[in-house]
Design a binder for this molecule. Structure first.
Ligand SMILES: [Zn+2]
Length: 346
């Protein structure tokens, strides 16, 4: 990395908001080691050193293997609570003040975790994390696209049933592979989620072309786009995103790991900014892609040629693009400004 040590320490202390980060995908070796110790019959080693080796990113197939191993360790409501609370601890260590965590409840309920207990576990962790670390969490419930329409029905039911819907839920998403999983088929589910007051934040244009982003905007009423990487291929789409103020949730290292983009130097981040599109910087599945949010900001600073003030503006983009209430947004933005003003080189 060519960033100055000073820029790196600025980023480390900078109050940040994260908008695109997955619940299970945020399980660090430390957290997985705790979960593995609770379930000795699993094939996942509880030994931290062995786990760190297991987590070393090799290729996308290996990432899926790691991801599924962690999914297998989430067996009880207490596992869900532990994962959620400990993910918040890892975020707080990076000065993340607010995060919209993407949760796939279908993965847990289909494995037999009671839905009421699942909701109670995440809410309990959210409240504990806020009082203990000062990190505010909100939820995005996403449809695992590869699991078909049955998973879409189940996810929208969990997200809109008044007796179940958790207080922290703000948005509705769609993840999983894009190839062979056309976005328009999910329209009725997004319509129901939006009618219930949830924001629409599907993944689109990560591994398929800009037409998928158009589909997400038109059929799923997307208010932000998860990744949206291939939007760079369509100037009309870039203009539309800029004109309508639809932010992209950019996750640079993830895009390289999944081969959505070949190299960081070829990443279209700068093209988005030059086209007037609002970009936010995110980490996606950080430990599994050997990154964290601070590293992603450092990558973005290099790709965009930003100094401390530029990085602070980027952090404020995420605050503004979040679904936090106005008072909450103002509070974090003010914190970012105060931090930046007090930095010796700005
Ligand atoms: Zn994602």
């Amino acid at each position: 990395m060519s960033e100055s040590p000073s820029l790196q320490s600025f980023i480390a202390g900078l109050p940040k908001a994260e908008l695109h980060v997955h619940h299970v995908g945020s399980a660090s070796p430390r957290i997985v080691s705790e979960l593995a110790a609770r379930h000795p019959d699993s094939k996942v080693p509880a030994d931290l050193e062995k786990l760190t080796e297991f987590f070393t990113f090799k290729d996308f197939a290996h990432f899926i293997q790691v991801y599924l191993s962690v999914v297998d360790l989430i067996r009880t409501p207490e596992d869900v609570r532990l994962l959620t609370f400990e993910v918040a601890r890892d975020m707080a260590r990076q000065n993340v003040r607010y995060a919209e965590l993407t949760i796939t409840p279908f993965s847990s309920t289909r494995r037999g975790i009671d839905e009421r207990a699942f909701m109670d576990a995440i809410e309990d962790a959210r409240k504990a994390a806020e009082s203990e670390f000062g990190t505010v969490l909100r939820w995005c419930f996403d449809i695992p696209g590869e699991a078909g329409l049955e998973s879409a029905e189940e996810t929208v039911r969990l997200a809109t049933d008044d007796a179940l819907r958790p207080e922290g839920l703000v948005s509705f998403g769609l993840g999983g592979p894009e190839i062979g999983v056309p976005r328009p088929q999910f329209k009725p589910y997004f319509d129901r989620a939006v009618a219930a007051g949830l924001h629409s934040v599907p993944h689109a244009g990560e591994t398929t072309g800009p037409e998928t982003v158009w589909d997400a905007l038109r059929d799923l009423r997307a208010e932000r786009i998860g990744h949206g990487t291939t939007s760079a291929q369509d100037p009309k789409l870039l203009a539309h995103l800029a004109e309508h103020g639809i932010p992209l949730e950019v996750c640079p290292t993830s895009n390289i790991a999944t081969r959505a983009v070949r190299t960081l130097d070829e990443h279209p981040l700068k093209q988005f900014v030059d086209a007037g599109v609002t970009v936010t910087i995110n980490s996606d599945d950080p430990p599994m892609f050997a990154t964290d949010l601070n590293t992603e900001y450092a990558v973005a600073a290099r790709l965009l040629g930003l100094d401390e003030r530029g990085v602070a503006d980027l952090a404020k983009n995420a605050v503004r693009a979040s679904f936090l209430d106005d008072a909450g947004k103002d509070r974090i933005a003010t914190e970012i400004d105060a931090y930046t003003e007090s930095w010796p080189t700005t």
